[in-house]
Ligand binder design. Sequence first.
Ligand code: WTA
Length: 638
Amino acid sequence: MSYPYQIKSFEEYQQAWQYSVTDPEGFWAQVADNFYWRKKWDRVLEWNFKDPDVKWFQGAKLNITENCLDRHLGTLGNQPAIIWEPNDPEERHRVLTYRTLYNKVCQFANVLKNNGVKKGDRICIYMGMIPELAIAVLACARIGAIHSVVFGGFSAQSIADRIQDAQCSLVITCDGAFRGGKDIPLKSVIDDALIGCPSVKKVIVCTRTRTPVSMLKGRDVWWEDEIKAVETQGNPSCPAEEMDAEDELFILYTSGSTGKPKGVVHTCGGYMVYANYTFVNTFQYKLGEVFFCTADIGWITGHSYIVYGPLSAGATTVMFEGIPTFPDAGRFWDIVDKFRVTTLYTAPTAIRSLMGFGLGPVNHKDLSSLRKLGSVGEPINEEAWHWFKDNIGKGRCPISDTWWQTETGGIMITTLAGVTPEKPGYATLPMPGIQPVLVDENGKEIEGNGVSGNLCIKFPWPGMIRTTYGDHERCRKTYFATYENLYFTGDGCMRDEEGFYRITGRVDDVLNVSGHRIGTAEVENAINMHAGVVESAVVGYPHDVKGQGIYAFVILENMSKDLDLFRKDIIQTVSRIIGPIAKPDKIQFVSGLPKTRSGKIMRRILRKISENELDNLGDTTTLLDPGVVEEIKRNRLS
Ligand code: WTA
């Protein structure tokens, strides 16, 4: 495996970026030439952002798993593909070589086939971070089934919504998942979810925790039994389904400012090229290095930088089942030492939480194998950046602050480790192929440096969202209708005097809580479902560890109830409807909400109050009832 498209110097970066802008098709064709295609493309790119309609590598045929597995067998067969570290450090870790992973993926792909799965079927995956999760994902891709992985922190209701939206026919889950001191009963959550999901005909359950589960006759089968059945059939291999470059590879649900989460759709060819290109370049991967991305495969970061990016590059990827603070706050550093990790890719929220434990858990840990560090998911504050740089990277490892989104498929703006400059708080420069622009309210491009605006992208890239599942109009409205001929990211951004980009956070009603995207409307809907709640408004406020916390203002039918219990009941309700990750941190009961005369909630005012900027509320004269603002200010929760 070699990476001729790996950029080695700042000059090369500048040339590559320039070339990618003047001849995007030539640029991406050159990159794509390094993959295994059953048939090459007829056209590199066809696009318009109006519909939108974006097609990369049209006419090409491939299977992404042949690029992630088969093509490495000759030279890298005995190379570790996945190193898995269990939740409990006393349990043995597992190493899956490329050969082993290939065999297991083929086996499980045959299991899926035995259970009636066909190309194009949607498969919901709800598992903990065990190697079987990666195997399940790749097995779907092997036979052309579309996977929809749902993060373990979502509730039965959220899973049901996602299963129904995609009309999944099969669910892959575990009896339970270990996370820190907890044992999460995944199968039982699935059982609840499936009550309202007639499309699901089969559930495959992988054993992990030995938590008692109910297995429904005719519907539920054990992973292990199904594997045995395949073994007795005696066919260890599974031919890869030939896919069109633009066939759907997966759906991943993500929150926006309105309505329920939408299914972001990525396709086979473009996504593969982009995940690989960004992996190889951002982290300057060299064969033999050990790459540790601490995300969960339930999020896009796990899809692109635990599974598809690293494996398509023949890399060794570490998969960790547990959490950074179990059994103690030195766990990441133990893992780095144990596997001689060269690259650590994690989130600001994890860094901030570990900072809180001081240097005790870091001291005396051998971090000498580390060469490169990465950050993703939210803006990284300078304090966390320096702590990471000094205490983990020991001053010698470059940090790539990577900005991107579920919708972008891969990293968009970042430092290329050791190749392009870094700057605390800045994602810095665009990937080759990426053309960021800043626009003002009216969609007018703001040129030059030392400016701020809304971040848009003005030209397609291979990893970009193609549609939102089952509702193309929603995709158009959300991303391509705000500004003509631009993809709108929803983020605010500043470009400094040197041309470096700094992401300032969402400009819409999307919260980023511990790096998890949550829509304020979603949380409000969940709160409003609780009996006794009349109305609510949710805003984000700065939180030391989580980045943003959730502040809810709630009107009750009857304020004379036990308010403390009410608060707990509301939290319980949000957990049920969305999942524990969306629980409000603060709930303030109010008699009214600041609304305009046309009935719109003025969130701007609530946001200021939650941030304790009480003297700076702006114009409140247009409010229906300015009096409520005084009351809300008076009773503000600190
Ligand atoms: C935010 C995660 C600042 C941003 C890969 C974006 C960031 C949203 C960064 C996408 C970063 C992600 N600096 N903000 N390096 N990375 N974000 O879809 O607001 O879970 O729009 O994808 O996270 O979150 P998502």
